[in-house]
Design a protein around this ligand. Structure first.
Ligand code: FAD
Length: 322
């Protein structure tokens, strides 16, 4: 597991699952099939249009695992959802032709490994997609259930109910174990892998000889301990170089401390209409150099090599997610 020590906890099941009636006696009464109506502009194969419509729902990617004797079986699945906190329940939807569906039944345990952004190779491997050099998967056993090592989060659940789901079967699992670490999730959207782009660096990727003349245009600013340098959402079109002291950058889900030589406000100075993307506070007394958008644009006009280098930085960022 990457990053900090994973957080791990046993789940309080809070008593046995109640009687089947609690789930609704009419659950298995299935409506007769009716033709699927396609919205305007969607012509052609209705099954494909339906599939593409569903593909607009972005998900994470998991590898489901189970053990039969000493044999470990894994399968990539994005049809995973949380169902209930008390009792802790999750649901997976498995193609009736999949081997995994045959292995799961009431009482069996399955593992859910939530894949990290770089684990596309493992996803392909457990989806049976052919690759030249597929990564090896290693497993650890928790509650006698295999989990894929290096994943972002893990769950172990025991199948407590299964349901008819057309060409899929739905397995409701009562969660016995849960753990997560820090990192970025692998995403699946529109039939392909995606990942979150969280790296806000743009100007700091420029070579020193192109960046220095830009930063030299700045004017000095002082901030006292705890003073807000930037607030999420507020308008701002300045790039700031931290010269002395440290700043705390707080964004939902994570925070980071930056020191001398680091830049802040890199995205907003290029896109001032969107507002600040983080809260930033001074830690101790801080000195910065502030470069306004106007100063920046005029520096880029003076030396177009810096503008071209910026375009290359942004293109590389797109390539990472393509
Ligand atoms: P198999 O096809 O026999 O095995 C799957 C692959 O895993 C094989 O290549 C096998 O060699 C490998 N494998 C299995 N165990 C091990 C092991 N111990 N060590 C190393 N390799 C192993 N299908 C669904 O039904 N539901 C979904 O929600 C779903 N979501 C998907 C999401 C994505 C992003 C992708 C790419 C596919 C998804 N699929 C889903 C399709 C599903 O992953 C494949 O159809 C898969 O092949 C079905 O697995 P299976 O149980 O039939 O086993």
């Amino acid at each position: 597991m990457e990053g900090s020590r994973p957080q791990e906890f046993e789940v309080d099941i809070g008593g046995a699952i109640s009687a089947p009636e609690a789930f609704g006696a009419s659950f298995d009464v299935v409506p007769t099939s009716e033709a699927l109506e396609l919205g305007e502009g969607l012509e052609g194969d209705p099954a494909l249009a339906f599939r593409r419509t569903l593909g607009m729902f972005a998900t994470g990617v998991t590898v489901l695992t189970t053990r039969v004797g000493e044999q470990v079986h894994g399968m990539t699945a994005n049809a995973f959802m949380s169902v209930s906190l008390q009792p802790p329940l999750v649901l997976v939807s498995i193609d009736r032709r999949a081997r995994m569906g045959v292995l799961l039944h009431q009482g069996t345990r399955f593992g859910v490994s939530v894949l990290e952004a770089h684990q596309t190779g493992l996803s392909d491997r457990f989806a049976g997609r052919v690759a030249d050099d597929p990564p090896e998967a290693t497993f650890e056993l928790v509650h006698e259930t295999p989990l894929v090592e290096g994943a972002l989060a893990h769950l172990v659940a025991q199948v407590v109910r299964s349901y008819w789901g057309g060409d899929h079967s739905l397995f409701l699992g009562q969660v016995e174990f849960a753990r997560y670490g820090e990192g970025q999730p692998l995403l699946f959207h529109g039939g392909r892998y995606e990942r979150l782009v969280e790296d806000p660096r743009v100007f700091s990727m420029l070579p020193e000889e192109l960046l220095s003349p830009i930063l030299a245009l700045g004017t000095a600013r002082e901030y006292a301990d705890g003073q807000a340098i930037m607030r999420t959402g507020e308008r701002g079109a300045e790039l700031l170089l931290v010269v002395a002291g440290s700043v705390r950058v707080e964004r939902p889900g994570r925070s980071v401390t930056l020191g001398p030589g680091e830049l802040i406000g890199e995205i907003e100075v290029l896109d001032p209409g969107g507002g600040r993307i983080a809260d930033i506070f001074a830690v101790g007394s801080v000195r910065c150099m502030a470069i306004s958008r106007e100063q920046l644009l005029s520096a880029l006009e003076t030396d177009p090599r810096a503008a071209i280098a910026l375009i290359e930085v942004l293109a590389a960022r797109f390539r990472e997610t393509a």
